[in-house]
Design a protein around this ligand. Sequence first.
Ligand code: NAD
Length: 478
Amino acid sequence: MTQTDLRRIFDLQYQASRAQIDVPLLVRRERLLRVQKLLDEHGPVLAAAVQADFGIRSSRLTEVAELLVLRNQLRHTLRHLPRWSRRQRVRTPLMLMPGRGWIERQPLGVVGVIAPWNYPVQLALGPAITALAAGNRVMLKPSELTPHTSAQLAALVSQFFAPEEFAVIQGDVSVATQFSGLPFDHLLFTGSTAVGRRVALAAAAHLTPTTLELGGKSPCIIAPGCDLRAAALKIAHGKLLNAGQTCIAPDYVLLPRGQEAAFAQAFRSAALRLFPRFAGNPDYAAVLNRRHLARLRQMLRQAQSLGAHVEWMEEAGGLHDADALAQGDAVARQMPPALVFNATSQMQLMQEEIFGPILPVISYDRPDDVIAALGAGSRPLALYWFGDDEKLRDAVLARTVSGGVCVNDTLLHFAHDNLPFGGVGESGWGAYHSEQGFVRMSHQKAVFVQSRWSLAPLLYPPYGARFDRLMDMVRRWL
Ligand code: NAD
């Protein structure tokens, strides 16, 4: 796609958005129903495309973690759309009575969506659904690292939508860079913190507001006295879903000192319960490509060279099979999970988001130290807390800041219809999902309607004794 094509589609959408500012509820509903139809009729095709991009990624995983999430989002949005999009009445302050005020939620216009590769259907269509519900036009740039999925999305969206309603732009990083330079009315980016920074800078040139859904290191704290077996199963599921390539996967575990062996055993049996084997198991996703695998292996090598102890959940097997990798065999990219003990802040795996099936386990002596350290550090996308001590839990909630929190489980705060989803600080800004997402993609226009009985003119100049008496009264009211 050339820059001229990109601009042509943008202009088409821009003009259409200005020609029809008031997008009726019926039109919005009908657009959402088309997305629903697209998923109903072509969900399996999309799942097959994801499988082709990863080499190994179960269509059932795509069904539960992508298509089901989208169907649920559509159901929830369709149900609440009439309430979300109607005028929001607000109480009028005494001084402005008997006037009336309300908030008019209007479409912003053209919304750009830049999506990553890890859940390439859900993270592309999810923001698009919210933007369409709010009456916007959508241009979507899916990841170049999942070319089959991106091509399917482009073909299906053009089959169900006119380009001035919803269009998919395929292309590499240079296209993505040009895309982020378009004067959108809003740009929602999901991806890494490093690229998010560049996107925010590009958008700032046009004063385009952004929502940045970024990554980071999401900690998982195990409280003293916690049921380790139950916690390990939830952590293993959250970490190993999509082989750790999940933005809200637990990045590392904080564990009461002395419980290392018990946790390792509990994690091993939980991991093997979910995946009796890793290499060759169709339920266990491959690491997306060789570059990502090499990055993960390098992280582990560096940690080992600095004194960390690595415990594999399965013999490294395919991981070392250079021939298989060279032949492009996806089994060689099914990296078995590894626990890492004695990790330190000097190690790469404690400095950057892991985004793979490696789980450092850091021991702590006092929960208070952990809470203080997390409160002082950079703000993660998710924080997980396992334990029954509610007082301690509330201390963590009060003294740390993270995009979201899930207590005694992992990932599921993402799936809660009425909770906003987003990061804070390094993990992003702005949230979507729920009514908050709808508001994010709308302009909240303040409207005040004056009454003919208004007393406001009593405060107009010329000022004098009457004005002073009135101001005395007003001051007493306030
Ligand atoms: P990435 O930042 O490399 O790429 C994301 C998208 O940005 C891709 O579509 C890419 O084409 C585009 N892009 C690349 N360079 C660009 C540029 N200079 N200007 C504009 N666009 C550009 O991320 P990724 O590797 O695809 O995804 C992994 C990252 O995404 C992880 O950090 C993960 O935590 C994060 N993530 C966050 C969420 C969330 O909801 N917060 C969800 C999934 C993934």
